[in-house]
Write a protein that binds this ligand. Structure first.
Ligand SMILES: NC(=O)c1ccc[n+]([C@@H]2O[C@H](COP(=O)([O-])OP(=O)(O)OC[C@H]3O[C@@H](n4cnc5c(N)ncnc54)[C@H](O)[C@@H]3O)[C@@H](O)[C@H]2O)c1
Ligand SMILES: O=P(O)(O)OC[C@@H](O)[C@@H](O)[C@H](O)[C@H](O)CO
Length: 386
């Protein structure tokens, strides 16, 4: 079996590639980072360091790599011959990889019509559906017809904290012990792709919302509030009792939405939150706040980790979730110079105020009750820096 995986970064090497290799796939990584591609080609293996109470090393073997910029033809051939195509490149990169995936499918259809599954492992709702739309924009009419019949685009939720790497070996990747990969079966063609440890479900919505509105919501609160207090890592931020209480408050608010909307059992969800907070405080990991806070405009989106649970809370319970409002206000104060979206967000706020930013990026009209609550928190943060 062959899997072509786009994005040999933190989660690509630290989770998806390692699980696929353990499931018996020959994994071909596709990336634009020449150093990583060269080393993967040279060595054909890399180390995953699982940092929990005990430190465990696992070798991922039988992998290869291609550079999508300089080896486009080989990428097309690899897709033509693959059983599975996966991605972990970041939501903003999906449009950039769509043309080569489409070219790979067109080539494949000239040679054979075996079923193929495509899974985008990005932190977003409907990630694979979004990739499919981009890919279809580059397919011929005949190609679209065949893709509809022969290619199963499967949405998924992917969960493992993989920080930015500081190992001496550029291929080694340190990860947390926890992992969860939930894949929707709705669009499977034939049988589900054999992936050891993956959890297949008929309806992904409860799972992706539970993951995004708990793990990523809590992470966002810790990162944006931690940034305001000049902490460098999520672990440092979570050791601040005030921030930890804010994270817990926001997660009880998003949790109330998840329990009411999807029928998650209250006790089970409390335990999911407890596990999540334990993961944030893992003393064996050091996760940079600027990584977790990255791309604040994306994170301010109407379907993303802060606005979606907050607006749903307002609708379901008729009151404003104060913890989530604080997280949104802290996001609006994120001005890290190395983050292009943070710079653009600050420009928007400078020109149009926070109301303008919330309208433009979160789709919130000024009359929405959340806006007043965010404005109040935002003003308080200006005075106290936290
Ligand atoms: N790191 C985590 O903890 C984690 C966990 C779950 C989900 N995710 C999601 O996985 C995705 C990737 O995150 P990450 O943390 O691994 O980021 P990352 O920056 O470590 O990895 C992204 C990789 O994509 C590569 N890339 C960029 N443009 C490309 C292109 N045109 N073609 C091929 N490769 C390209 C980059 O060179 C990099 O190696 C994001 O959507 C993220 O939300 C991350
Ligand atoms: O990857 P992002 O930018 O959407 O979010 C940052 C982190 O919250 C995220 O990468 C988590 O570490 C991950 O989602 C855990 O599964």
């Amino acid at each position: 079996m062959r899997a072509v995986h786009f994005g040999a970064g933190n989660i690509g090497r630290g989770f998806i590639g390692s699980l696929l290799a353990a499931s018996g796939y020959d994994v071909v990584f596709v990336d634009v980072n020449e150093q990583i591609v060269r080393l993967l080609k040279e060595r054909g293996e890399y180390r995953v360091i699982v940092a929990g109470e005990r430190r465990e090393e696992q070798w991922v073997r039988g992998v290869s790599a291609l550079n999508s910029q300089t080896e486009r033809e080989a990428v097309i051939e690899a897709i033509a011959d693959a059983d599975l195509v996966t991605t972990a490149v970041g939501p903003h990169i999906l449009p950039a990889i769509a043309p080569v995936i489409a070219a790979g499918l067109e080539r494949r259809f000239t040679v054979h019509q075996k079923p193929l599954h495509v899974i985008a492992c990005e932190n977003m709702i409907g990630g694979t559906e979004t990739l499919k739309t981009h890919v279809f924009a580059h397919l011929s009419t005949a190609g679209q017809q065949l893709a509809d019949e022969k290619v199963g685009f499967l949405n998924c939720a992917v969960d493992r904290i993989v920080p930015n790497q500081t190992n001496d070996d550029p291929l080694a990747v340190t990860v947390e012990p926890f992992f969860e990969w939930t894949i929707e079966t709705r669009n499977v063609i034939g049988t589900v792709p054999p992936i050891q440890g993956a959890h297949f479900v008929a309806d992904l919505e409860p799972y992706i919302e539970r993951k995004l509105f708990t793990v990523n919501t809590g992470h966002a609160l810790a990162a944006y509030l931690g940034y305001l207090r000049n902490y460098k890592t999520v672990q440092e931020a979570m050791n601040d009792e005030g921030i930890r209480l804010n994270v817990e408050q926001a997660l009880s608010e998003s949790g109330a939405v998840l329990v009411k909307k999807h029928g998650w059992h209250e006790e089970e969800h409390r335990s999911y939150i407890k596990t999540t907070i334990g993961r944030f405080t893992n003393p064996s990991l050091s996760d940079d706040i600027v990584r977790v806070a990255r791309s604040p405009i994306r994170k301010l989106g109407p379907n993303d980790r802060l606005i979606a649970p907050a607006t749903q809370y307002c609708t379901l319970f008729g009151s404003v979730p104060a913890g989530l409002a604080k997280g949104i206000a802290a996001l609006l104060r994120f001005d890290d110079a190395s983050d292009a979206e943070a710079a653009a967000l600050q420009q928007t706020i400078a020109h149009h105020g926070i109301e303008g930013a919330l309208r433009q990026y979160a789709g919130l009209e000024s009359a929405h009750p959340l806006v007043a609550a965010v404005r109040e928190e935002y003003g308080r943060m200006e005075k106290n820096k936290s």
